[in-house]
Design a protein around this ligand. Structure first.
Ligand SMILES: [Zn+2]
Ligand SMILES: [Zn+2]
Length: 219
């Protein structure tokens, strides 16, 4: 699994390997020719070819590479149904932020469904719905491994913002407590921004939601 920070929002684009040359691209943020060069070089160096595109959620910074992945590989992004509206609003968000964005491809006909397992070769990912930052936000939990594709729910020492459309702070805290903090302490969370962390570290030290139940978002 590799992570590359792209675009004006320093969004982490994650790529997971399916064990037989396939690359599962999560939250593609490539936005310039230079970023596309880096993305394609990193994959080519590993002999990986994109085979699927998954979105933790459809905020602008997480979808900027979707058009290019469709043009180059014919891949349509998969997202939770509750974030279809976020995806539809992304071009408007791009206008607001003054970010150039090619028209987005239609979504894949198969949404990401809470509790379902995605199988790509040797890679098994369980989809868990974690609303609060975006209404259709999901995290992807690697089975038989320790990785979690975390998106913008839980960061090292912080949590996702809840002031965007469909965001809600108590819902976000509940998602963290009931989904992420239910995972084992050694789980490695790969967030949409900033460095990786572990569930154990955040439970012990996260000032917003912590395992001791004294988080600012609680009560
Ligand atoms: Zn976001
Ligand atoms: Zn983000």
């Amino acid at each position: 699994m590799i992570s590359m920070a792209f675009n004006a929002f320093s969004e982490n684009t994650m790529v997971l390997h399916d064990g037989s040359g396939g690359a599962i691209v999560c939250d593609p943020g490539m936005s310039t020719p230079e970023e596309w060069d880096r993305f394609e070089r990193e994959l080519a160096g590993r002999c990986w070819v994109p085979r699927a595109v998954l979105l933790t959620h459809a905020h602008l910074d997480h979808v900027l590479g979707c058009a290019g992945l469709y043009d180059r590989y014919g891949l349509r992004p998969r997202v939770h149904e509750a974030d279809h509206v976020t995806y539809a609003m992304a071009p408007r968000a791009a206008e607001l932020y003054g970010v150039p964005m090619a028209p987005l491809p239609d979504l894949d006909s198969e949404p990401l469904v809470d509790g379902s397992q995605l199988v790509f070769g040797d890679l098994h990912l369980t989809v868990r719905w974690t609303p609060g930052h975006a209404p259709g936000h999901v995290v992807l939990v690697e089975e038989g491994g320790v990785n979690v594709v975390g998106g913008d729910v839980l960061f090292r020492g912080s949590v996702g913002r809840t002031d965007l459309p469909g965001g809600d702070a108590p819902t976000l805290a509940k998602s963290i407590e009931t989904v992420l903090y239910a995972l084992s302490d050694d789980r490695v969370v790969w967030p949409g921004h900033g460095p990786t962390t572990t569930i154990g570290q955040e439970k012990a030290t996260n000032p917003f939601v912590n395992g001791a139940g004294t988080g600012m978002m609680q009560g």
